[in-house]
Structures are given as structure tokens and as C-alpha cells.
Design a protein. Sequence first.
Lengths: 331, 324
Amino acid sequence: MSVTPQSSPAALAALPRNLLERLYRTMVRIRLFEQKALELFLAGELPGFLHSCLGQEAVAAGVCAALREDDYITSTHRGHGHVLAKGLAMDRMMAELYGKTTGYCKGKGGSMHIADFSCGVLGANGIVAAGLPIATGAALSAQMRRSGQVVAAFFGDGATSQGAFHEAVNLAAVWKLPVVYVCENNHYAVSTPLERQMRIASVSERAAAYGIPGITVDGNDVVAVYQAAGDLIERARRGEGPALLECRTYRWLGHYVGDPATYRPPEELAWWKSRDPLLIFERRLLQEADFSEQELALVRREASDELEAAVDFARRSPAPRPEDALEDVWP
Amino acid sequence: MSQIFYRQAVRDALREEMRRDERVFLLGLDIGRFGGTYKATQGLWEEFGDERVRDTPLSEAAIAGAAVGAALTGMRPVAEIMYMDFITIALDQIANQAAKLRYMSGGQARIPVVFRTQEGAGRSSAAQHAQSLEAWVAHIPGLKVALPATPYDVKGLLKTAIRDDAPVVFIEHKLLYGVKGEVPDEEYLIPFGHARVCRQGTDLTIVALSRMVWKALEAAEVLAAEGIQVEVIDPRTVVPLDLATILASVRKTGRLLITHEAYTGFGVGAEIASQVVEQAWQTLRKPPRRVCGRNVPIPFAPVMENYVIPQVSDLVEAAKELMR
Ligand SMILES: Cc1ncc(C[n+]2csc(CCOP(=O)(O)OP(=O)(O)O)c2C)c(N)n1
Ligand SMILES: [Mg+2]
């Protein structure tokens, strides 16, 4: 993987301006949300544990920008970016992290289970790879209802060693389902590096076993992610079946907040930080498109205002009553 | 009224619901052209075709998970797990996903999925094809669990299961597929959580699950000849459990015997006994008694298999002890 992004300046310049702005806005929202969540968690304001996606923003932003509003996603334990990119609001997300009644899941799910079915977010998931069979079923439903919807299933490199991954991808291949499997390859599953998880050089090679396309892209290049995802999503929408998209990226923090990540060489982190997906994109918007610093600053300010209001909303929201725990088991 | 086999009652319920609601579809191993291992889906592929009677690769996790995903997004799938023993491979999707997605999402999700499967010993199928594992799923909040014992019940309960917006684990018994019984020609549904009093009696209550209902009725005949009047109750669904009907019977008889093929230890029988003791211990004249599967894997050789699964004679003997 090289230091320069994969997509060419011409490719970036060819994208509509409002799309570029949307990609930027999404990445900024994720970055700021994750920085704030980290700060609040360290301050002891948030219960539970937190899996940060800092450094991986381009994958969520690029893929979700290529989806329709009524398309579906399934997400993971490291899912804040995915659901923000799919269109969830910061305030109800933050309220969920605080365990408040105004959260997306009324405080019953927390960070690892954020879901909003009205936005096509079929749920983050605490079980590694469990989202893949569910995404496959949503794609089956879309196919049977002839709705034209596509599903994007997010998961990590570690998930590709699960039986559920293989069962789900194979089933979708056999039935030509409209689903794109998006592997966020951040090179580690907790402490275990890629080379101790698999004998192949890239996750996308696994696609060959199911007779579907497998593509690897620079996951820190939002333009490359958007284009590859867009091609595969439209292909799926045309009825040509599923695909596996591997986005190479890196998580800046440990597996969870508090993990010192001593299993990673410091140079490795430094190298990936030098390829900050947000900074790279910002620079390119200024150089390869005609964005001004003021415009980008405005986007950042709007995101930061949304965030500030979100924290305020979450803090002021009512806590659930203990006995609320007894509701929502049965329909 | 018609006399039909249990397996036909399964198929009739599926067919009626598939005709009634186009969102209902089936997926599982060899359920299409082949008609299912126990022929419970025979004829459905001919009527509904590949799209709604879907043969899958050998992938229980994907079968269950795809059913969950389809249920979340507007369909009403019926997923078949060929043998309940294989539910291990699908259990994450059933117990961690289907059972919890509604709760974890703060009540947003509706998951109208049915996991159809069959359990039970008696065919020398040995330890991995004969277990009765209802306790595993009944333990998980968010799953409903049905165990029909008759053609009438299987049809009425399966139709209810398909129309329910909660996930249902629907457990048939492999030795009941060939049992015949009366089923009305007109449509009917059986609500969950309503036990059936299969035989009335005043001396002793037997609560029996699945195929044990038939053995309990046989035992009741034997005991009647000796002057012991047994009341036999089939809960039909263990989640929700119709405790009221069981309590009413126990208040009358003062004696409770519970029987299922599933392992005795930590089984549904323990739960029923415990609930009865908690609510009606004063009316019990004897401690509740379980006559359930022995706590060993199911063996192959028929003599051993018959020994570990409760038989009519075991029930008769235990009933007589309770009467002493
Ligand atoms: C089935 C299962 N096994 C183990 C875990 C514990 N666990 C949580 S995240 C994780 C690593 C996942 O790695 P990867 O899929 O690469 O995602 P990443 O954390 O890198 O985003 C593990 C082992 C789990 N949640 N679920
Ligand atoms: Mg990883």
C-alpha cells in the first residue's frame, strides 16, 4: 500500500460537487463524534465499553454515499461511523451511548447495538460476523419483494474467519442476492494481526471461492471506496449478484478504548496516521477540486454544532426507569 | 373433519399460510423437490416453486440468519432446521439475534420468523440426531417455543406461529409424523399459551410434552384399570406456558408428574415443577416427580435407547409411587 491515495485527481474532479461535500461532511461528523465519544468515555460519562473507528472514516462514508436512502446496512461493534454515514442523527446516537430513553434503542442497546430500521440500519452487532447472514436475508427479502434495494454488510478482517461469513457469502452467491460485503480490513482482530488470521495476502481473494467479484481498495481514500462500492452496489442492483469489497485501513486506537495496543509497532501506527483519510481528502478538495478553506471550515463548524447540541441533548435526556427493562421483549 | 397424518398437518398449515400471505416462504435443506427429510413439505415446491420453497446449501447459520434478515425487512420466513441437534450451528442467529434484536433496538424490530425443526429419540438415530433440546431455546427471553403432539395441534399452532410477530421455535417430533388424527376441514388457529387437557382425572396430574403426551395417555389407561384416575395435560407451548391450567389440575389432584424426552437435568420439567411449587406448594400431597430423559447422550442400540427415554411402564411405576 502506497502513501498516495489510490484514486486519481481526475477521478475526484469528475465527481459532483455536492457528493464531494457530502463525503467530507460525513467523514467530519464521524471524526468529531468519535473524538467526543472518546473524551466522554475517558471522563467516565459513558457506561460500557467503546470500540472507536477513528482512522477508518473513509470506508463508512464512501460506501454509504453510494447507497440509496432505502437501502440497508448491517454494522459491527465498531459501528458508529457506519450508522452516522447511513444518516443517523448525532443526538439520538449520543443519547444511546449515555443509556438514555431518547436514544435510538431507548438505552437498551448502547454503542454496540445502534439500530434504526426507518433509516435502513438493521443494527450494529456484538457478535462478530453475525450481521452477514442477516444482511443476506435482507437482500433475499429485497430480491423477493423486487424492491430494487441493496444491502451493504460491514464487518472486519477478523469476521472473515467465522463460519457465518462463509455461509452467508456463499448463500448470497448461489442466490445472486443484491448485497455487497464490505470488509474493513484494519489489519487486526483485537491483538491478532492479519498474517496470523489467514494464509492469503488479501481478504478479497476469498471471493474466488464463491464465484463472486472480490476487490481490494485503499480504505483511506474515500473516493476510491466510493467508486468501487458504487460499481458493486449498482451491479448488485442490476441483479448481477453479490460482491466482496475489501477496504484496507487502520484503527488508530486499541481494540477498545483502554487497550494500549502494545501488539502493534509504533512505526506502523505513525505510517497510517500520516495517511489520515480526512486530512488527505481535505487537501485534495482544496487542490483537486475548487473547494475553499472557508467552505470546509463551515462544514466542520456545522458538524461541531450538531455534536455540541447532541451532547447537550443526551445529558439533559431522562434516564430510563429500572422497570423499563421489562418492556420491548415481545411484540 | 378428516383423518390426516401429522406430517400432512404440517404441510397443510404451511400451504394455507403461503396461499393466504405472499410474504410467507420456506427455506431449508432439501425441502423442495425432495419434500423434506420427513416429507413434511412434500408438494409445496410443486405449488409454490423455487422462489417460495427454497432449497439452501448446507448452512444452518445462514439459513437461520437469512430468515432473520428477511423477517426484519418485511417477509415472514419459515426456516427449517433438519434436526434440532443441528440448531447448535444456527444458535447464534436464533438466540442472540432473532431473540434479542427487538429488545436491543428498543422495540423497533418485528421478527416474524418461524424456525421449524424436529426432535426426539426412538429410531436408533444416536446421540446427534435424537436429542430434545427445547430447554435451550425456552431459556432465552424473546423466543416462543411450541411442541405439538397431534395433527390437530400441529396445524393450528403452526398457523399461529407463522402469524406471530415474535420469533417462534416450532419443534415437531420425528416419531409423530406418521401419527393420524382428526383435523377440521375449515380453518382454525390455536393460540399459544393454552394447554390442552387431554384426559381428565382426579388422582394425579401428568404434564407431558410432545411424544410423551401419547405415552402419558397410554399410562393413564393402564392406571385407570387399577383405579387411578390420571389427568393428562399437554402445555403445547412451553413459552408462553399455561401455568394456570396446570395449577388448576394440581389443586384438584395434589400430585404432579412431569414427563419429557429431553434430559432431566435443567430441563423444562424442572421449570414447571419449580413454578408449581412456588405457587401451589400447600396443595401438593407429594413432591413433584420428573420422569424424563436420563442424563446421558442418546445411545444407538435400541435396548439402551429405550432405557434412557421414558417409557409407559416408567410412567406407570412413578404414578403408583406418587399414589402411595
Ligand atoms: C463471535 C465472537 N467472537 C469473539 C468476539 C470478541 N471480539 C469482539 S471484536 C473482536 C475482533 C474482531 O475483529 P475484526 O472483525 O477484524 O473487527 P475490528 O475489531 O478490527 O473492527 C473479537 C474477537 C465476539 N464479539 N464475537
Ligand atoms: Mg480488524
